[in-house]
Design a protein around this ligand. Sequence first.
Ligand SMILES: Nc1nc2c(ncn2[C@@H]2O[C@H](COP(=O)(O)OP(=O)(O)OP(=O)(O)O)[C@@H](O)[C@H]2O)c(=O)[nH]1
Ligand SMILES: [Mg+2]
Length: 392
Amino acid sequence: MKYFVEQAETHREAEERVRSKYGDRARIMHHRSVRLGGFLGLFTREGVEVTGYFAADSKRKATAAQVSADPAAQQSLDEEKRKLIELARGGDQTLDTVLSEIRSLRDAVRLPASDVHPAIAEVRSKLELNDFSPSYIRRIEDRMRRELSVEQLEDSALVQNSVLEWIGESIRIHEPRKGGSPEIFILVGPTGVGKTTTIAKLAAMYGLERGTRKRDIRVLTIDNYRIGARQQIETYGQIMDIAVSFVESADDMKKYLALYQDADMIFVDTIGKSPRDFRKLGEMNELLSACGGRARVHLAISATTKTADVAEIATQFEPFKYEAVVITKLDETSRMGNVIGVLAERDKPISFITDGQRVPQDIERATVMRLLRNLEGFDVPRAALEQRFTVA
Ligand SMILES: Nc1nc2c(ncn2[C@@H]2O[C@H](COP(=O)(O)OP(=O)(O)OP(=O)(O)O)[C@@H](O)[C@H]2O)c(=O)[nH]1
Ligand SMILES: [Mg+2]
């Protein structure tokens, strides 16, 4: 089989070049971004390289679809098979010749499957760049094939906006429900994801307005064991003038809840747990169950977590019946397709996003736009998408 390689500045230019140079039998198999031109590695510019092959002459070889529909094509394929068998029987033919005939026959039958439109291939590589899982990427590609015509696939802005809209649709944003008073907010999650920092940010966000007290806020922490942990939350409490109490048992928890029954909100910081430490997770769940059914549990997951780990965390913290996820450390990565994908698959909403170490500034309510804007390689058109995803 004959192959070709062509370079150009854009996909469309590369395709046109292939079509005018090689005609209708040229099939593009693969494309990739390359640097073009330049001198000694300097002054290069972005470009595209396409690789492809020449489809078999339709008079001689038929595609699978044609074979099933056309008796003449079937006859031609049978003829190919017969020749192949004869070749295999003929003692003077080498195995290589036989194998090469098998390969060309297989290629003729498989042709349509290897034709991936460059727009689909480009979206695939952008989604891979953002760490979206193969199953999430497959769903987006299927939707492109189903919902976008060939003309629409040529329109790169339209393709990008459609894909961003579909990603946006897969993100669920948590809608806080008004519970009884005091509201109890519990944050659980793996070690070091930023739970304590987030609790301090939330306490400030809900409790203070322009530095003055807005609501009566209390903080409980069940992290008494590690050196420094107690001091960390105590310091935040002192800065914000918010009372912090330390809880060691379910009885302690009940005692403090009774004591703070007139407060507006109680935030509960917890000890970071490995999602594999089932025994400790169980113990903590028992302690937290003293808060009763009206407590709202949120799970903190760092945006920097690997896909497989996000899935494991989401599963192992399920016994806490968390109703939403706080994504932390968004400032540390733009590759967060993993988190978006896993939460979309589990239909879990996102409540808050934290994007820095500063307390209390670096926290905001999650919005689809904020998450889309963080994606790598997409140029997010604010006006078009903001209208689509603005929270009422
Ligand atoms: N870059 C960045 N760092 C953060 C963010 N949130 C927290 N951190 C940092 O992450 C580190 C751990 O934060 P903690 O709040 O102690 O995390 P934790 O989940 O309470 O940790 P454990 O209690 O040990 O499980 C600290 O250095 C924080 O300053 C964030 O949004 N972005
Ligand atoms: Mg902590």
